[in-house]
Write a protein that binds this ligand. Sequence first.
Ligand code: KG4
Ligand code: ZN
Length: 340
Amino acid sequence: MDNITILAIESSCDDTSASVVRDGYVLSNIISSQDIHAAYGGVVPELSSRAHQVNIIPVVDIAIKNSGIEKEEISAVAFTRGPGLMGSLLVGTSFAKGFAIARHIPLIEVNHLHAHILVHFIKDYNREVKVPAFPFLCLLVSGGHTQLIVAKDHYTMDIIGNTIDDAAGEAFDKCGKIMGLPYPAGPVIDKLASEGDKNAFRFTKPSVRGLNFSFSGLKTGFLYFVRDRLKENPDFINKNLPDLCASLQHTIISILIDKLVKASAATGIGEICIAGGVSANSGLRNALIDEGRKRQWNVYIPDLVYTTDNAAMIGIAGYYKYLKSDFASLNITPLANNYF
Ligand code: KG4
Ligand code: ZN
């Protein structure tokens, strides 16, 4: 069979990314992050879509150049259909349509959440990649989502647990904001936590039935805790920043791991993956390895570059759709709301 070469575009939130994926191997993966949102403490949708519009052509250009292939070798163009910010999705969708028409190649629509999970199937020229066996259980944790998913094959995935309010990434980001940290606060908290004591402070964990999650109570509890301590000592945050970060991170991780353990018991599945931006968290990665060892799970942890939003994940999902000739029509529209 000829090579299958996918040009992939991701523009669902605040990263403009393009990637070339050939037969499951990533030839290039260019990510242009939009720093402008940091000044606002969160993603501003209007600014995000404008920045995508500015970035998309150069990002695609570099992705193709870095991949070492010629445009003529591209078999199909894959793009994120959703969920995400409508204005941002429209930029990627329109670009992909234009590219498909210009090159007379198929268009492939990809669900952003499926794509996060499918990073576990990205191949590597330099090492044998251990891939999860179906059915596997995936904890998908990002800025917009916190879900437990059973993947039955590359295309069929069932959500068995979901957040009823905030996502885990939001808990990191919002609590970070309370501590005066820049957006996104997740990576900053991760770093500071490594110098702190995770048992310094205790925050109440939510009691949500079944396999669902809740993080808004933790955020409010954290806010009140910090507010009360600041009344006693205006320098409380500065004096205790690493301990605050370590204790908060520890609480979030234990909420996630508790539910993962429950989900594994409920489904009888011991093939366990993590995915999404929060799966970059070093504490979560280590906690999963420890828990896996204890419970004899096979655990799968993505390369850091494939945890936060990137187009390589759209490329691998697009590759599997190409294998089934699952192509989109040119009148397809983005879907901003959650769908699976
Ligand atoms: O997957 P992603 O790039 O975008 C969404 O689809 O939401 O995830 C972004 C989220 C942000 O909330 C960010 O703070 C969080 O992932 N994040 C982290 C880390 N790196 C990124 N959270 C905790 N620790 C990290 N190292
Ligand atoms: Zn994402």
